[in-house]
Ligand binder design. Structure first.
Ligand SMILES: Cc1cc2nc3c(=O)[nH]c(=O)nc-3n(C[C@H](O)[C@H](O)[C@H](O)COP(=O)(O)O)c2cc1C
Ligand code: SF4
Ligand code: SF4
Length: 260
């Protein structure tokens, strides 16, 4: 079974594409994460976790959910991490997690996709994004073919920089960088409530029709990137940058997936 978490649609696309290639069931974890639902799941087929990379590891909300949730049935597990550039040494931290759960770690595949971290980096234009996605499809299909034949993903080469990024930088990143204090809403807001609905941590509530952010943000970028009026900004950094969400026409080009 393919389980995925996705803030802005890259990992959703990768998961759906793998599901199509392997004929396996695809489950969006959004509601389970939002509702803190850690009830067990069973699969006769290998587990495949498709996720964005946050600070060179899997997102902490997903890590915690995996720690708490019983995955019964098949004991093999694969990870597919979408990223803007690098997953660092993420595999190092996945192996003990799998061992604790009695799961056989079958490797972690990296898929470079468009950068969505508009709070810190430059997000691509739609044209740039489409070029990156076309290249990513090859990596997704390769991962799917390994999963289909129940092989193992090759172990990636890991540099000192990767170790530092996934280790100490990840440790510092969460307490220092990941907070919602810099989010604010502009007059363009039409009070549609979408930001509230798309937050996987129920961290946004509308007050007199305008979003107010609480203290449990994981920086998934769903609220700022999915606002239909681009009415959310993150400090000065996001001003003028394109809001990134996985382009809907790429799902349509595949002919089978409707808009999510
Ligand atoms: C909080 C945060 C941290 C990120 N950290 C990394 C990273 O360490 N390395 C990287 O290459 N991309 C990083 N990215 C980019 C995303 O992993 C990438 O764009 C991903 O495909 C987004 O997936 P999604 O659309 O499924 O949410 C980060 C993005 C966010 C929002
Ligand atoms: S999604 Fe945008 S327009 Fe809709 S309520 Fe939130 S900030 Fe306002
Ligand atoms: S507040 Fe925005 S960035 Fe933070 S977790 Fe919710 S949707 Fe994601």
């Amino acid at each position: 079974m393919i389980l995925y978490f996705s803030g802005t649609g890259n990992s959703e696309y990768a998961a759906e594409r793998i599901g199509k290639a392997t004929g396996d069931k695809v489950l969006n974890l959004f509601e389970r994460l939002r509702d803190g639902d850690c009830s067990g799941i069973n699969s006769e087929k290998p587990w495949v976790i498709v996720t964005p990379t946050y600070a060179w590891r899997i997102p902490r909300i997903l890590q915690k959910w995996l720690e708490r949730t019983e995955l019964s049935g098949n004991r093999d597990i694969y990870f597919v991490m979408t990223c803007g550039d690098s997953i660092g040494n993420a595999g190092k931290y996945l192996k003990p997690l799998c061992a604790k759960k009695g799961l056989n770690y079958r490797g972690c595949a990296k898929v470079v996709m468009p950068e969505n971290y508009i709070a810190l980096f430059r997000t691509p234009s739609e044209k740039e994004a489409l070029g990156i996605i076309r290249q990513a499809e090859e990596a997704i299909d390769q991962a799917a073919s390994v999963i289909k034949r129940e092989g193992a993903f090759p172990e990636p080469g890991v540099t000192l920089g990767d170790r530092v990024s996934s280790g100490i930088v990840n440790d510092i990143f969460y307490p220092v960088i990941v907070h919602s204090k810099k989010f604010y809403v502009t007059d363009a807001c039409i009070s549609c409530g979408k930001c509230e609905r798309v937050c996987p941590l129920q961290n946004i509530h509308l007050n007199q029709g305008k979003p107010v952010w609480g203290n449990s943000c994981t920086h998934c970028m769903a609220c700022i990137c999915r606002c239909p009026k681009e009415a959310i900004e993150y400090g000065r950094h996001s001003k003028g940058l394109p809001r990134y969400t996985f382009p809907k026409e790429s799902f349509k080009m595949e002919g089978e997936c409707d808009e999510k």
